[in-house]
Design a protein. Sequence first.
Length: 271
Amino acid sequence: MTMRRRLVVGNWKMHGLCAQSAALARGVRDGARALAHAQGMRAAEIVLCPPFTQLTNVHRLLVDASGDARSPSNETTLAPGQVGLGAQDCHVGSFGAYTGDVSAAMLADVGATHVILGHSERRLGHGEIDSLVRDKAASAMEAGLTPIICLGETQKEREAGQATARVSSQIMRSVPDGFAGVIAYEPIWAIGTGAAATLDDIAAIAAPIRTALRERLGPAGDDVRLLYGGSVTPKEAPGILGLGAVDGVLVGGASLQIEKFLAIAEAAGQA
């Protein structure tokens, strides 16, 4: 069985002015070091994904006295106690006349290690399709970033028994060749609603996701980490992280509260 280290990603979404972002970054940085001291190599990897405007601010605080967490290789592995820096999207191109967009190369240049791609709020709100997500992921890997590709079904698809077909299709169409990144399963009906999927729901969908990854990538599909996201809280986290098929969590609202986020990270290190 492939052993994959636990990963906890905090998606701040469109939250965080300078003072709030600095306080969050310091709190998580210090908490991550404490967890590394207590849990050693079992401590989960932690990545924070602030808005574009706070990337430099947060990066400066995360690397304070700990060195640069960015690696030139894909699927970055962070040492215990280090906190990675992620962005919430990137443009498919490296440079050019794309007003308002930010490239993966620019993200890497300010210290990013990861980038979230294909989040349902991007797919639904900005019309992003699977092929665009795939091309963005390829661009991210070329820049040395670890892409975190999000996928998930709607409530309507779930009720129609189409969840497995939907996420399998997203993997086949969104994952680029040579993928060295992370998959985040986020059922759209659970994002920001407080209605997390049950453990049975998650276990049932994890198996076909892994099957689709093997079909798309061959044996390398077993090395891809699978996260669960969707109203993750400290209460639900231990059960979710206790599922052998899940390698971590993508945290939304709870990532804006230091104690809650660190409690989730602690649970990941204990799983």
